[in-house]
Design a protein around this ligand. Structure first.
Ligand code: GCV
Length: 661
């Protein structure tokens, strides 16, 4: 079979200028044979040649430029300093990873318009852990994957080829230092990743990753002692279970010495966990953490724990409360090599949610922010939806947990509490499609997540511009058009789907396209609780009490519909259709207008894309254009279904007299 080709994403070096010189490499303080260093040098050689036509040579000549790499232990771990001058470039770094990141920074700056001799930066990652979570299954499918099949697995075998290496290069180029290679829902063959059946291949994969400064992690099946060990329990306090894990984890580290640790989804959506045995989440996490500790491993324990069968006809029952209710009381009980991984919002990656109150609500526990780059609820990589502005909002959110250092970025980076472990993780959006991310423009989210997790101070616009320059190298005018498209896209998607924080209203299983009452667990009634008078979920002190899970300042703000940010109004309140918003419009009119505007603005995005036809490579242009055609159908459907649903519920006509079906 012809191997599938693939694009080089943002490492598709374009010719930027024609340099006249050659380069000599001088390394001091580092071992030149170190894998990471060798890969860094080869990236430099490749990138500089493609972008400037200058070559790296061993012949010393007076007019050659020198690329000096030198160790500097006063810089932070993984940090680097680059300084271009007429003689060449000086790159100082704390460690080899810093060299690798420094090289990619040099190449990025050249791709963004600087000459090699002008590059300049002093940088160190703001987050200790910057991770990608694959939801790839071993049969090759990907849970919530919209870019083809897995490139890690085919028919329950691990595939390692040039694409794997390119993937590792891409990840390193944006600063990723940890990758979880399998779905958190560990099913079928994936349980055997920690057995002889797969160790050799996993080791090969881990060696490739290591060469790019990346640790390999796996999702773990909490019921492994039963499924692999033949025990009749996986109770975390049972001594046979503990001893089974001791043997297993020893075996794992014997075979995979560089292994990072496990990611665990327990007691959620049918996954086994400590609750089955009357134990707490901390009992489960700590048992594994203690066993893995001697090997330097960590346990990343997800807080996406909720009871999907709960009956919410009782107004106090609320899925949004679950994370905090299960985890807050155990703050401080988790051992120091446990990190709790918390989704950005209390529900599930909707287009707009408040920040999870657990972030910063926990004050004595390592925490990591989980976001979803895969566009499960945000358009399936068909609809354009640049998610970096959403991640920025989350990172910049003031939790009020600690004066002066209270943003989510402060909390997860470890600055608030002085934790060594923490960071950001993303559910990745890649697959084996030729362009990796289905929609070529969805690669901006992949790129952006990595860059943001490395430097949370970057703006959405800076990231978009960097990505555009490296991917397409467009003239300024066209670059501005594309940048504006990206920056507008999230709000446009929100406008034609579910504005004001209501969420869902999406097809229950697929999560693409409108289904106003369609929440997968809706046998207890609609999720949005709309009736003929109003819509929204009362999460105030008179309702489910969710708003009270925040620190006082935020709790008060959310509790009152007059101070609650309007983009979250229906998340926190049940509001009559006649309610006046700050614009003076009624809620009902806002719903109509938002859907009409959203659909129209989506057409504006597609029209802007057409303006780029001459400057975007034809294959890429056509792929994206086809997606815009689908997006426009989707936007129309959302507009019409939502508007007609609420018109029929409220019987309030559109003031502008537009056709509502
Ligand atoms: C991996 C949502 C998704 C599931 C996903 C789950 C999770 O519910 O729809 O596909 O499962 O989140 O984050 O564990």
């Amino acid at each position: 079979m012809e191997p599938k080709k693939w694009t080089q994403l943002w490492l598709d070096y374009h010719k930027m200028y024609e340099g006249q010189k050659s380069w000599i490499i001088a390394v001091t303080g580092f071992d030149k044979e170190n894998k990471v260093l060798r890969n860094a040098l080869s990236e430099f050689e490749k990138g500089i040649l493609a972008m400037t036509l200058e070559t790296v040579t061993e012949e010393v000549s007076a007019d050659a430029l020198t690329f000096t790499i030198s160790q500097n232990r006063t810089l932070p771990i993984e940090g680097y300093r680059i300084d271009g001058s007429h003689d060449g470039i000086l790159l100082e770094a704390f460690d080899e990873k810093g060299v690798l990141y420094g090289v990619f920074a040099i190449l990025r700056q050249i791709a963004c318009g600087k000459r090699a001799t002008e590059v300049e930066e002093n940088a160190a990652p703001t987050n200790p852990l910057r991770m990608m979570n694959h939801w790839d299954n071993m049969d090759g499918s990907i849970e919530r994957g919209y870019s083809g099949e897995s490139f890690f697995y085919v028919n329950e075998e691990i595939v390692i080829d040039d694409r794997t290496r390119d993937y590792a290069r891409f990840m390193a180029s944006i600063g990723i230092n940890g990758i979880v290679i399998n779905n958190v829902n560990v099913k079928g063959a994936a349980s055997y990743l920690i057995t002889d059946r797969y160790f050799d291949k996993v080791k090969e994969l881990s060696d490739i990753f290591e060469g790019y400064g990346i640790k390999l992690y796996m999702s773990l099946n909490f019921a492994s002692p039963i499924e692999l060990g033949g025990l009749d329990t996986c109770d975390p306090l049972d001594k046979d279970v503990i001893s089974w894990w001791e043997d297993k984890i020893k075996e794992v580290y014997d075979r995979l010495p560089g292994f990072g640790g496990f990611l665990v989804k327990a007691d959620s959506e049918g996954r086994p966990g400590p609750f089955t045995y009357g134990r707490t989440q901390a009992d489960g996490a700590n048992m594994l953490a203690d066993v893995i500790k001697p090997y330097g491993g960590i346990i990343i324990w997800r807080c996406f724990v909720y009871n999907c069968t709960q009956d919410w006809r009782d107004t106090k029952t609320d899925r949004a409360r679950a994370g905090y209710d299960y985890f807050k009381d155990l703050d401080g009980a988790y051992h120091d090599n446990v990190i709790l991984q918390i989704k950005n919002g209390p529900m599930d990656f909707q287009i707009r949610e408040p920040v999870s109150p657990l972030l910063g609500g926990l004050m004595h526990t390592n925490q990591m922010l989980e976001v979803q780059v895969a566009q499960e609820y945000t358009g399936h990589q068909i609809d354009l939806c640049y998610l970096i502005p959403m991640y920025k909002e989350v990172l910049d959110f003031h939790t009020h947990c600690n004066r002066g250092k209270d943003t989510v970025a402060d909390v997860v980076s470890g600055r608030t509490m002085g934790n060594k472990l923490g960071g950001m993780a993303a559910v990745i959006n890649t697959g084996n499609d030729e362009n990796w991310t289905g929609n070529d423009l969805a690669a901006a989210n992949l790129y952006g997540f990595g860059r943001l997790s490395f430097n949370t101070r970057l703006t959405s616009e800076e990231i978009a511009k960097e990505w555009i320059a490296q991917t397409f190298n467009l003239p300024e005018k066209e670059s501005d058009i594309l940048c504006s498209m990206l920056l507008r896209s999230r709000e446009i998607y929100e406008k034609y789907t579910s504005p004001l924080g209501i969420g869902w209203m999406v097809t229950p299983m697929g999560h693409y396209g409108p289904s106003v009452d369609g929440y997968e667990y809706s046998r207890w009634g609609t999720y949005h609780r709309a009736d003929h008078l109003g819509i929204g979920v009362d999460r105030t002190d008179k309702g489910t009490g969710y708003a009270q899970q925040y620190y006082e300042e935020n709790a008060k703000m959310y509790n009152d519909p007059n101070t609650c940010p309007e983009e979250l109004l229906l998340f926190f309140h049940h509001i009559p259709y006649t309610w006046k918003l700050k614009t003076g419009k009624t809620l009902m009119q806002h719903i109509y207008d938002s859907h009409f505007e959203g659909e129209e603005e989506a057409r504006g995005l597609a029209a802007d894309w057409d303006k780029l036809k001459e400057v975007i490579p034809a294959e890429s242009f056509d792929r994206v254009k086809k997606r815009f055609d689908l997006q426009l159908d989707n936007a129309r459907e959302w507009r019409d279904q939502v508007n007609s649903y609420f018109y029929r519920k409220s019987m309030i006509p559109d003031e502008k007299g537009r056709t509502i079906y």
